[in-house]
Write a protein that binds this ligand. Structure first.
Ligand code: GLN
Length: 217
């Protein structure tokens, strides 16, 4: 498995809380970069789609012609972590809403499902994959995940709703881990990236004994 310091992780920098994700990823030791141009995105091994306004981010993704690129990115096995608005952009379906989405993850979400801004809240989350210590979940005009397809694994619940789940190399949370100082969820994502990166390398270069495998860096 490659080293975390060698991973280039992009944070889609069209709108939203880009800076907080960059800081969290950098604190975990990864090379974190704000990305919005094709070459920048292609150069990354993984991507974070931040919280913000899913309508705005979606409009900019289509206006800049990034939708196919991002779908190819996921199809190439590169991990994507969507937080809050990012989870809406990754969803296959948005209840009662035709707004733009990448439609990569087999989940149905409902926007602003807890109500307006004043209904934003924080809660202690039990996330077994991150250990026993509870994780502070910050929910800001958060969506709710209404249903999950078969290949989607729920990783945490809050108020009887799934708030963190994973489908292969796609991870989404309806809360904002980047707004806490707890790095465990970003670390969890980076481990996923490390694993995907090594297996992508092996796929690309074949069996190293036969094909003279060399690490890409
Ligand atoms: N309410 C926003 C939306 O629908 C998401 C809010 C957030 O990302 N904190 O896009």
């Amino acid at each position: 498995m490659g080293r975390i310091e060698d991973l280039q992780v992009g944070v889609l920098a069209l709108q939203g809380d880009v800076r907080e994700h960059l800081l969290a990823l950098a604190r975990c030791g990864a090379q974190a970069l704000p990305v919005k141009y094709e070459e920048q995105i292609r150069a990354c091994q993984a991507l974070v789609i931040p919280g913000g306004e899913s309508t705005t981010i979606g409009k900019l993704v289509s206006r800049y012609g990034l939708a196919e690129l991002l779908r190819e990115f996921a199809a190439a096995g590169k991990p994507i972590f969507g937080t809050c608005a990012g989870s809406i952009l990754l969803a296959k379906e948005i209840e009662g809403n035709e707004q733009f989405r990448l439609g990569l993850m087999d989940i149905v979400v409902e926007r602003n499902a807890y109500g307006r801004q004043v209904e934003s809240f924080e809660d202690e989350l039990n996330i077994p994959s991150l250990g026993e210590e509870p994780f502070r979940g910050v929910f800001i005009r958060a969506p709710q995940i209404r249903s999950l397809g078969e290949g989607v694994e729920p990783l945490a619940y809050c108020r009887e709703r799934v708030v963190l789940c994973r489908q292969g190399r796609l991870l989404v949370s309806t809360f904002h881990p980047e707004l806490t100082t707890d790095l465990r969820l970003h670390q969890y994502f980076l481990i996923l990236v490390q694993a995907s990166h090594s297996s992508t390398d092996v796929r690309k270069h074949g069996n190293h004994k036969r094909a003279g495998y060399q690490s890409v860096r």
